[in-house]
Design a protein around this ligand. Structure first.
Ligand SMILES: NC(=O)c1ccc[n+]([C@@H]2O[C@H](COP(=O)([O-])OP(=O)(O)OC[C@H]3O[C@@H](n4cnc5c(N)ncnc54)[C@H](O)[C@@H]3O)[C@@H](O)[C@H]2O)c1
Length: 352
């Protein structure tokens, strides 16, 4: 039987993505041992194999051993090369050995662990801003024809406007809060992208991802979607450490990967795009209840247990926001997988 992840790669390989634009090209993907980066690497390897595109895929990772466990046995692995580098500390030119030009770059590396955002905020900002600057400069030098920076819906903060939040509707972020290193870092990185597009003519777009999950998550994944799924699988109540009133926006991994690849080939330079399934919008509490009811067949409950000081957990501040995905849809993208199906598919993967 095909794994649920291979099924996703097969669907992507048969989709309307502009594969011919990748023929004989080189692509570099950072954050390649992470959820999004690893899925992008695997998708390109798979599609390269299926369509015989003669691509070279470069995966920027800090830890080759970890990368080996993630990519071992992947379809098309002979076209994969690791670039071992730490974007916060290393000079890229000593590390990235890519002959000639580098045609495409997807920059997905970032510190995403909530606890690290509050315990090591300086490192978080340096990885974001210095790392993105290094990648953009590298892209200019290597005559990159298209660059996608993976941003986040968190750059909105709390939108000031009513109704759905489109790309121009930036809201409030408290820069006196330590955890703001993450969204403010993302804002500065997007600003750098715009600056490189303007000053150097780099073709660069920002992908503002909603919370993205599905098959391919690592066993160490501890974001809220993985915690809810584990509770359902273990028959344990879902424990919320906040009131769960924050509104979440979600997108399935395969849909997100497709949108990011579309941005490489179709996105407008210097622009940002929301990537969200508009129908997968609900509060954290509603999502917990959906999992308890639809996924765990009402065998578990949702329990609220708020610790006295939950700041050290680094939770994102509660927001009310419903992402508008019209701009991404105008490129011909349409999300296909809803929230319940996302959980079902992710849990099949977790059960392997
Ligand atoms: N998954 C989501 O729900 C989501 C939502 C919005 C935005 N994003 C963004 O998408 C991107 C990928 O996220 P993800 O979910 O795959 O996260 P992840 O934590 O799984 O992966 C992040 C990757 O970045 C790498 N990294 C961190 N610091 C680095 C450094 N100094 N040098 C080199 N590599 C470094 C990590 O090793 C890891 O491989 C990130 O920019 C994240 O902010 C993700």
């Amino acid at each position: 039987m095909q794994s649920v992840l291979t099924e996703d790669f097969e669907i992507l390989s048969q989709s309307n993505l502009a594969f011919e634009q990748f023929r004989d090209k080189k692509i570099l993907i950072t954050g390649a041992t992470g959820l999004i980066g690893s899925l992008l690497v695997k998708t390109f390897l798979y599609c390269n194999h299926v369509h015989q595109l003669n691509m070279k895929v470069y995966a920027l990772v800090r830890n080759a051993e970890k990368a080996n466990t993630i990519f071992e046995g992947c379809v098309g692995i002979s076209d994969l090369t690791y670039v071992i580098a730490d974007l916060e500390k290393d000079e890229l030119y000593q590390k990235i050995q890519i002959e000639g030009n580098c045609d495409f770059i997807i920059h997905a590396a970032a510190v995403t662990t909530s606890k690290l955002m509050v315990s090591q905020p300086v490192d978080n900002i340096k990885t974001a801003v210095n790392g993105t600057d290094k990648m953009l400069k590298f892209a200019v030098d290597k005559k990159c024809s298209s660059f996608v920076y993976i941003s986040s819906m968190e750059i909105y903060g709390q939108p000031f406007t009513e109704g759905k939040t489109a790309e121009q509707d930036l809201g409030y972020i408290d820069i006196a809060s330590v955890r703001s290193c993450y969204p403010e870092g993302k804002r500065m990185c997007e600003c750098l992208c715009t600056a490189y597009a303007s000053q150097y003519g780099l073709n660069v777009k920002s992908a503002r991802l909603a919370q993205t999950f599905g098959p391919g998550i690592l066993p160490t994944e501890n974001r809220v979607f993985a915690q809810f799924a584990r509770s359902a699988m273990n028959g344990q109540d879902i424990v919320l450490h906040t009131m769960g009133t924050s509104e979440g926006n979600y997108v399935y991994t395969r849909d997100a990967v497709k949108a990011i690849i579309m941005l490489l080939t179709e996105g407008m330079s210097g622009q940002a795009y929301n990537i969200a399934n508009e129908d997968s919008h609900m509060t954290i509490r509603q999502m917990a209840e959906l999992v308890a009811k639809e996924i765990a067949d009402n065998q578990i409950k949702v329990v609220i247990d708020i610790p006295e000081d939950n700041r050290s957990l680094g939770y994102a501040p509660g927001v009310k926001m419903w992402l508008d995905a019209s701009k991404m849809k105008s490129l011909g993208w349409n999300p296909e997988v809803d929230l319940v199906e996302s959980y079902r598919r992710m849990m099949k993967w977790m059960e392997r």
